[in-house]
Ligand binder design. Structure first.
Ligand code: MV4
Length: 450
């Protein structure tokens, strides 16, 4: 096994990875920006190296500096966490060329799946259901109009190098499509460095259902069931649960089989997530693969009893899977709330600052993944995630009750957080029934325009 791993991340995920390493007797190296000197991940790691000024472009995204830190501390591997360099094929290649294991799938797989048009094409040929639309990047106006005529409005424009919902545009007629085309291409170029865009049939009021996959380098791939991430706003997830209230055993078998087909078609190794959209008729379609450990991985850990970070490290080292598909048993129900330093009553504006009072919930069925402590100062430079509150119940109802009392126990003062919004969601009968779509949060907040 690896003897030392550098964790190229910060916040709760850096803490999470260090914890897994400790239990595996792997030494850890933390890296930190000048804004994170007093961060928990720095204190928990065996060694820590400052990698530059606060802004992430100069620290957590600085490839030469991070590689230097890895060389100096003589690590065997780098764990990228999520965000930052986690889905950067170039970074994975640099790690390879320096004989450092990048803990994730291979650089080629990351590159293929980062191109949403190429990925869709591979999955279509593998027999995975995809959303009707253009099979290549849009060449010109006529190309876009012809595709729209074939698949019928409404359609959606997406960036080939995008993902996670950024840079998408819904169009209801020819006039709108033509005018959206150029702006969408320009935005794609500015945000992702490629102007390639594609057209798809727009699925109205879908659910976001994603499958966790786990694969070794010896040709074995399994899935660990699904997560429902339908509750989000402006592509920021707020609540995730597993299993999905919209998936029964039969659909789970079908979608899980397709998720494994996706993993095999992409030559996938370690942990990953296959995203699907589920429409109101119960049809599902492949959307994209997230080639990293995800924020919401704990709900899957809770219902399967499998430590995903340990499995990710083990499979990255080259060990074979130690379980078969039939060994994976989904038990009970898990729900996660993302507690962010953001003000839901003010358009989710960031709310950094010093946390003076901090108290987290506990007791049966409660897990809190966080880097926060009383006296901690939330820096303004990074993602606003403060803590993940994950609860377990034998049934969805039981989990909801545990979540409600946990939210009531949670104290974070004086900064604004998403806790009040979560309390509102968990006391809403529509959420209890589970009959929701991606418009849910806007509807709950009474937002007219998005
Ligand atoms: C869509 C869609 C409707 N039709 N694609 C957003 C996340 C990204 N991975 C894909 N997304 C969407 N793709 C088609 N053809 C609607 C969304 C979408 C969405 C999906 C899941 C959860 C929340 C969402 C919110 C807005 C849009």
């Amino acid at each position: 096994m690896f003897s030392k791993i550098l964790v190229a991340n910060r916040g709760e995920i850096a803490v999470r990875v260090i914890r897994a390493c400790k239990e595996m007797s792997i030494k850890t190296v933390a890296v930190y920006s000048e804004a994170d000197r007093n961060a928990l991940h720095v204190r928990l790691a065996d060694e820590a190296i400052c990698i530059g000024p606060p802004r992430s472009e100069h620290s957590y995204l600085n490839v030469p500096t991070i590689i230097s830190a890895a060389e100096i501390t003589d690590v065997d591997a780098i764990h990228p966490g999520y965000g930052f360099l986690s889905e950067n094929a170039h970074f994975a290649e640099i790690c390879d060329s320096c004989n450092i294991t990048f803990i994730g799938p291979g650089a080629k797989t990351i590159r293929l799946l980062g191109d949403k048009i190429a990925a869709k094409d591979v999955m279509r040929k593998a027999g995975v259901p995809i959303i009707p639309g253009s099979l290549t990047a849009i060449k010109n106006k006529e190309d876009a109009l012809n595709t729209a005529r074939r698949i019928q409005y409404p359609v959606i424009l997406k960036a080939a190098a995008g993902g996670g919902g950024r840079g998408m545009r819904v169009c209801h007629n020819d006039v709108r499509l033509v005018s959206a085309l150029m702006t969408c291409q320009a935005e794609a170029q500015a945000s992702f460095g490629s102007s390639d865009i594609f057209v798809e049939k727009y699925i109205e009021q879908p659910r976001h259902v994603e499958f966790q996959i786990l694969a070794d380098r010896h040709g074995h791939s399994i899935h660990l069931g699904e997560r429902d991430c339908t509750i989000q706003r402006r592509h920021q997830k707020l609540v995730e649960e597993s299993p999905s209230p919209a998936v029964d055993a039969k659909l789970r078998r079908k979608m899980g089989e397709m998720a494994i087909r996706v993993a095999k078609a992409a030559g996938y190794t370690t942990v990953g997530t296959v995203e699907f959209l589920l429409d109101r008729e119960g049809n599902f379609y492949f959307i994209e693969v997230n080639t990293r450990i995800q924020v919401e991985h704990p709900v899957t850990e809770t219902v399967t009893g499998i430590d995903l970070i340990k499995e990710q490290i083990r499979t990255a080292f080259g060990e074979g899977l130690n379980m078969k598909q039939d060994d994976v048993v989904i038990r009970g129900w898990a729900i996660e709330c993302r507690i962010n330093a953001a003000d839901p009553s003010n358009g989710f504006s960031p709310s950094p600052g010093r946390i003076q009072v901090y108290h987290q919930p506990g007791g049966p069925g409660v897990r809190v993944d966080t880097h926060v402590y009383a006296g901690y100062e939330v820096p303004p430079y990074y993602d606003s995630l403060l803590a993940k509150l994950i609860v377990y119940g034998r049934t969805r109802q039981e989990a909801i009750r545990v979540m409600q009392r946990s939210l009531d126990e949670f104290i974070v003062e004086p900064i604004r957080t998403t806790i009040p919004l979560h309390k509102q969601i968990f006391s809403d009968p529509t959420f209890w029934r589970g009959h929701i779509s991606t418009d849910y949060v806007d509807q709950l907040l009474g937002v007219r325009e998005t």
